[in-house]
Design a protein around this ligand. Structure first.
Ligand code: UD1
Ligand code: CA
Length: 453
């Protein structure tokens, strides 16, 4: 589309119904602030200019909404006088002159590129105002689309609606497209004579019609247009987001046994033929390559798992965990800022932090890299094909050479050369018959106590 377009995103509201110490649009969905989701949708719709209207928590909201994919200019709405007033906070941007002006709300975070495109198409066909509506069986709180003779004649807010109007189930999503050449003139006509005493953007429908303008409504799926006004709605939005992304991943070739128990982040990438078992949580920054297996109850963030690697059950991968092909991190293991080499095995009950493990090394059960002295962090290097016996503590900074062998139960504080055996534990002593003596003495004490009573 060669028409120029400005997206105006409203995010200045006080969020009173969220009952929160921070602005609603900063609350995360899939570990990303709501406002960033809206901005990403704007960017994916091919729009290049965005005006973000901020008020409460202005700086934080501006920052959260400034995503890499699009150039965003923030405008401060100093008083919260309603959505119509909020759009005019971006007057300077609108006045630059665009063919299309699109308005979206920062608290409608499931939106995708499709409704933006549909609205712009109607503008291109000559509409002056385009409203994106949706049908719902829970219309409470939304503005209702009022239709006469098949034409959208007004949007009525919940508080201003009659009982009859409240029964209408066709709702305003908040996404509106306006002829950019007429936008300012129309917006300047919005008044505040309504139940809330606010300047309602939705009044544009009646205003444009009164001037003989063309107003149309376009439908989009409810699942994309659900708004968030309180925590319960936030949870619904999270659920819808998760369902949508799981579905996308599954149809792209990822297996999930119980998808409803898998939680993804906004940027979780999973390759074809990966298997995700039940109850797996992905924090931000995770890439799982094709064919990897994530066993049940694993928690993964900021990590990369290569093809053919397996994780869990009950594993925790923290930021900087990088598992090479065919490697294995098993039950009750934690890896933080650690590279696990190709085919290396960290099977049970182990902490790997700030470490590099070479290919095909075997890390025994209960191994701990002691990476922290209470002030600084240090690195552990474990060579390829080495074998670390169970219950060893590797006190960093320390390096274990390729092919070395660490006796189990060792506390390793000095570097171990390649192919060496290191023992860092007390030598075993065996005292014949001493157990019998100890037992007899114990029994004698017990008998004496009993006799004394
Ligand atoms: C609004 C719509 C309603 C629609 C619903 C969709 C109006 C008058 N009503 O109602 O028709 O069905 O969204 O979810 O537009 N904001 C500002 N400055 C303000 C007021 C609001 O920036 O002065 C922002 C808020 O941060 C929010 C968005 O505008 O992101 C919507 O505001 P909100 O108060 O949630 O409107 P609703 O009552 O939900
Ligand atoms: Ca809202």
């Amino acid at each position: 589309m060669s028409r120029s377009c400005l997206a105006v995103i409203l995010a200045a509201g006080d969020s009173t119904r969220m009952k929160s110490s921070m602005s609603k649009v900063l609350h995360p969905v899939a570990n990303r602030p709501m406002i960033a989701h809206v901005m990403a949708a704007v960017a994916s719709a091919g729009m290049t200019d965005a005006a973000l209207v901020v008020g409460r928590d202005a700086e934080k909201v501006a920052k959260a909404g400034s995503i890499d994919e699009i150039s965003v200019k923030s405008f401060l709405q100093t008083e919260r006088l309603g959505t119509g007033h909020a759009v005019l906070a971006a007057r300077e941007a609108i006045a630059q002159g665009f063919d299309d002006v699109l308005v979206a709300y920062g608290d409608v975070p499931l939106i995708t590129a499709a409704p933006f495109a549909a609205a712009r198409e109607k503008l291109a066909e000559g509409a002056d105002v385009v409203v994106i509506g949706f049908h719902t069986d829970k219309p409470f709180g939304y503005g209702r689309l009022l239709v006469e003779n098949g034409e959208l004649v007004a949007i009525r807010e919940e508080k201003d609606a009659t009982d009859e109007e409240r029964k209408v189930t066709w709702c305003n999503s908040g996404l509106m497209a306006i002829n950019g050449r007429k936008a300012l003139a129309l917006l300047d006509k919005i008044g505040n004579a309504n139940a809330k005493g606010e300047y309602y953007l939705t009044d544009l429908v009646e205003i444009a019609r009164a001037e003989g303008g063309k107003v149309v409504a376009v439908d989009a799926p409810e699942t994309e247009l659900t708004g968030c006004n309180n925590r319960a709605e936030l949870a619904v939005i999270e659920k819808l987001w998760q369902e949508r992304r799981r579905h996308e991943l599954m149809v792209s070739g990822v297996s999930m046994i119980a998808p409803e128990t898998v939680f993804l982040s906004f940027d979780t990438q999973i390759g074809q033929d990966a298997l995700i078992e039940p109850n797996v949580v992905f924090g931000p920054g995770v890439t799982i390559d094709g064919g990897a297996v994530i066993h049940a109850f694993s928690h993964i963030e900021g990590a990369h798992v290569s093809a053919g690697a397996t994780v869990g059950p009950f594993a925790r991968l923290r930021p900087g965990a990088d598992l090479a092909e065919g490697s294995k991190v098993g039950n009750f293991c934690e890896v933080k800022n650690g590279k696990v080499g190709e085919g290396a095995k960290v099977n049970h009950l182990t902490y790997i932090g700030d470490a590099v493990i070479g290919a095909h090394a075997n890390i025994g059960a209960g191994t701990i890299t002691c990476n922290y002295d209470g002030v600084n962090k240090f690195e552990t290097r474990i060579g390829a094909n080495s074998f670390v016996g169970s219950n060893s503590s590797l006190v960093a900074p320390v390096s274990i050479g390729d092919g070395a062998y660490i006796a189990s139960g060792s506390v390793i504080t000095e570097d171990v050369p390649a192919d060496a055996l290191a023992l860092g534990r007390a030598r075993q002593e065996v005292k014949p018959d001493r157990a019998t003596l100890i037992r007899e003495r114990a029994l004698a004490i017990k008998a004496a106590k009993k006799a004394g009573k």
